[in-house]
Design a protein around this ligand. Structure first.
Ligand code: DLL
Length: 435
């Protein structure tokens, strides 16, 4: 059964007509209500009337992360404050976080796309959804929450972490659907094994996992260890949050909710549009958002599109699993981290040389971060106590910047590798780019 057959199984021509009308409406709204877009359009010498076909979308300039930083915090909101009912946020590139504002109608649509996801995960109204995505400014917790209430299932808002409690709830409440990052799901599965809890004692049937890259190998492990159907969900704060796309049980690409989010794939170097099947940077235009419409947003995520009907009967455009990024953003424990944030934290601690390297590993199924920091010669020849103090200062500066604890290792001046071109700031040993 499909949650919204009309929207999810619509014929191509009808869908494109709907997308065009919604695009024209969104462009008009953005142009008239968001000075940032008025200026962008004026500079490009176009007006909303120039959007006569879907292909005309290519005339619209891209929106980038830098644009979001420059309009921080509410510069892209298109409605008066009294219509915004919720705000979410995530890390931005250099300093300023990304902010997203939602009207009542936006929340309803967010709920709708998540309801489609729960349905794909074989959800029923009697299901109990253990929502272990973090609650707060992160979109994961609340996104699933809005969707579960729209769907009508029982939502258990346990939030992220506290594995002992997660296990207790899995057993006592007999949760049937688990929502969290795939790495945490795997950690939870191992923790169940270690605690001697057998699959007979829990009642999970499916999992909706996303917010970070993962692999087919991880899916296989999750399905075996938890006895579930494990599906991939994608989304980003700038566009909505989770629910922009989700896999159906065919596991042949993630269905993009293209009645609400219009996808394009571009060559990240030239900005030119790429064909179906070609891998490039994913770009999204919102088609129905009122609070914060966004036009041609460059996600920096790498993927390709699959058009045509899926074996499940849905006709929505699909995207393949994300295999990488065009920038150096990392997802650590599901949280966005930019090397520039570490750099900013180091600036506040005296005695460091500004040279650093971030090493990300997943030793016991959970992400760990080591930051190697070169210190100046004077500091390095100082007494141990002073070095320890600096290490502590850096640890706390990083924690307050990215919200995650990193293991800090101080190194001798000029001991970190230098490269002829761009410095290699990040070594990611998790092997998630293998697909
Ligand atoms: O991660 C929204 C989300 C929450 C998605 C819960 C799924 C589940 P942000 O924190 O803004 O939003 O991070 C968005 O995370 O541009 C991708 O790089 C990455 N990402 C999200 N989902 C996936 C996925 C949420 N399924 C950024 N596979 C995106 C790979 C993902 N990467």
């Amino acid at each position: 059964m499909v949650w919204n057959e009309k929207a999810e199984c619509m014929e191509k021509e009808e869908k494109e007509q709907m997308q065009l009308e919604r695009l024209q409406n969104t462009v008009k709204k953005a142009y008239e209500n968001v000075p940032f877009y008025t200026k962008k359009f004026d500079e490009a010498g176009i007006t909303p009337d120039d959007i006569k076909t879907l292909k005309d979308i290519e005339k619209i300039p891209f929106t980038t992360k830098e644009d979001l930083r420059d309009t921080y915090p509410f510069g892209l909101f298109a409605v008066p404050d009294d219509e915004i009912v919720e705000i979410h946020s995530s890390s931005g590139t250099t300093g300023k976080p990304v902010v997203s504002g939602y009207t009542e109608k936006d929340l309803d649509i967010w709920g709708e796309v998540i309801a489609r996801a729960i349905n794909m995960a074989n959800g029923k109204k009697h299901d109990r959804i253990q929502n272990a995505y973090g609650y707060g400014l992160f979109t994961g917790g609340f996104g699933i929450h809005h969707g579960a209430s729209k769907f009508g299932a029982t939502l258990i808002p346990i939030s992220a972490g506290n594995t002992k409690r997660q296990i207790e709830i899995l057993k006592d409440f007999q949760s049937t659907i688990l929502t969290c990052t795939p790495s945490y799901a795997l950690y939870l599965a191992e923790s169940l094994e270690k605690a001697g809890v057998s699959l007979d004692e829990i009642n999970l049937k499916s999992g909706i996992f996303g917010a970070e890259m993962w692999t087919e190998a991880m899916r296989k492990q999750l399905e075996e260890k938890l006895g579930i159907l494990a599906l991939n969900i994608y989304g980003l704060t700038e566009v909505m949050g989770p629910g922009v796309a989700i896999e159906c049980p065919e596991k042949n690409g993630l269905h993009i909710n293209d009645d609400h989010f219009y996808p394009e794939i571009i060559d990240p170097k030239t900005g030119a549009s790429l064909e179906e099947g070609e891998t490039g940077e994913l770009v999204f235009t919102t088609l129905t958002r009122d609070g914060m419409p966004i036009l041609r947003y460059r996600t920096k995520d790498l993927t390709s599109l699959i058009k045509g009907k899926c074996d499940c009967g849905r006709t929505t455009v699909r995207m393949t699993r994300i295999t990488g990024r065009t920038d150096d953003m990392l997802k650590i424990k599901g949280v966005k981290v930019f090397p520039s944030q570490i750099e900013k934290a180091l600036l506040n601690v005296e005695g460091t040389s500004g040279n650093y390297q971030i090493i990300v590993t997943r030793p016991d199924l959970l992400d760990e971060v080591e930051v190697k920091v070169e210190v100046s010669r004077e500091v390095f020849s100082d007494e141990i106590r002073k070095l320890e103090l600096i290490e502590k200062k850096i640890t706390s500066a990083i924690r307050s910047e990215i919200g995650i604890r990193a293991e800090v290792t101080l190194c001798e001046p000029e001991s970190l590798p230098r490269s002829e071109g761009k410095a290699v700031r990040v070594i990611d040993k998790r092997g998630l780019d293998k697909g």
